[in-house]
Design a protein around this ligand. Structure first.
Ligand SMILES: *Cc1c(COP(=O)(O)O)cnc(C)c1O
Length: 373
């Protein structure tokens, strides 16, 4: 039998073919090619990256690690495991390392989901939850959001005998909403023990002291809790791909069985160790983000633009003809993120950048809105 090339996709199971491809932020070089712009003219505020770059300590560690890249990385991330164990006060067998925290989400799904079970996530929640769920053949159950935030009581009510996993993003991307600590704790108390809760805390470093997650202290009480953290956001290591999961040792064991032995490269491991030792860089990143949040929200207020109050390093705002405004921003060298694929077609998401980048974005946006009338 011979298949013509257009039939080859039918070789994949239906649940794979049903996956909607992930739409990331447009790379700077791509926009430069498309619009005939210089790379230096472009401001990218589309992927929640750290505008300060990386810690100088990480920079130094990367240079050093480069000298040894002919060797395979340490498949157990020993030094990084020690560093995370000390910093977060968890046992070393409770830590799983991933090629970005997306890898952690995927390892959890691959270890625990199968075609006969269900995973629950919220409407407007991070796009990777449906991706990793559907790739296993499990059924994704979307629970309507409430005021753009996770509706935890409704998520509890959606649990069936087939539910194996619940994804919760806190703060959530792309809405920036935050669940209260008491609310989250009560939720965890009510989730049946045989249902795993994946708590994605990619933006925790951007929370104020009062809002910071306490979930790591809850690991002793909730054996079904998996906390996911990343070095991609406040630590600035998005391009190196490194994140980690914290959970009960027996869950970590299962996730490690489906993990590729060398999923985290040696440069990422070295950079992450150094990053954890540089609190000053994280504090500066936090302070810059606070100032940028104020700058952007004041700018939105001045322009009469509605936005969803955010606890992270980005803000989703609504404008008339969002898709057209996005095109106009691109033409002017400003990259933000359209979020129609999150069922928010009237919104755009802007990442908080440097003062000058935020100012440029606001200036171009004001100009576009005035010219559109
Ligand atoms: C950016 C982001 C991540 C981080 O992904 P990495 O794979 O670690 O780069 C995880 N979860 C959410 C909700 C995010 O927005």
């Amino acid at each position: 039998m011979s298949l013509s090339s257009c039939d080859l996709s039918s070789l994949a199971p239906d649940y794979i073919r049903a996956i909607a491809p992930y739409q990331g932020g447009k790379p700077i070089a791509e926009l430069a090619r498309e619009m005939g712009l210089q790379v230096e003219q472009i401001v990218k505020l589309a992927s929640n990256e750290n505008p300060l770059g990386i810690s100088p300590k990480a920079d130094f560690a990367i240079q050093e690690a480069l000298l040894d890249i002919a060797r395979y990385p340490d498949g157990n991330s020993y030094l990084l495991r020690e560093a995370v164990s000390q910093k977060f006060n968890v046992a070393s067998n409770q830590i799983v390392f991933g090629n970005g925290s997306n890898d952690i989400l995927e390892l959890a799904a691959r270890a625990f989901l199968s075609p006969d079970c269900e995973a629950i996530y919220s409407q407007h929640a991070f796009a990777v939850y449906p991706l990793v769920t559907q790739a296993t053949g499990a059924r994704g159950v979307v629970v309507p959001a409430k005021n753009f935030a996770h509706d935890l009581p409704a998520m509890l009510a959606a649990i069936t005998s087939k539910t194996r996993m619940i994804f919760v993003a806190n703060p959530n991307n792309p809405t920036g909403t935050l669940l209260g600590k008491d609310e989250l704790f009560t939720f965890l108390q009510q989730v049946p023990k045989q249902v795993l809760v994946v708590l994605d805390e990619a933006y925790d470093e951007y929370l104020s002291l009062a809002n910071k997650s306490q979930a790591i202290h809850w690991l002793d009480q909730f054996d079904n809790l998996i906390i996911s953290r990343t070095f991609s956001k406040a630590y600035g290591l998005a391009g190196l791909r490194i994140g980690f999961g914290l959970c009960h040792a027996s869950i970590a064991d299962m996730m490690n069985r489906v993990r590729q032995p060398f999923n985290v490269n040696s440069i990422a491991q070295a950079a992450a160790v150094a990053s954890l030792s540089d609190d000053d860089f994280v504090e500066r990143s936090y302070a810059l983000n606070q100032a940028g949040m104020l700058q952007l929200t004041q700018g939105f207020n001045k322009l009469g633009i509605e936005y969803i109050p955010s606890f992270a390093n980005f803000i989703s705002f609504t404008v008339k003809n969002a898709s057209a405004v996005n095109q106009q921003l691109l033409q002017n060298g400003v990259i933000v993120r359209p979020i129609a694929n999150y069922e928010m077609p009237d919104y755009l998401r802007v990442s908080i950048g440097l003062f000058t980048e935020n100012a440029r974005f606001l200036e171009v946006l004001e100009h576009i809105l005035k010219s559109n009338g």
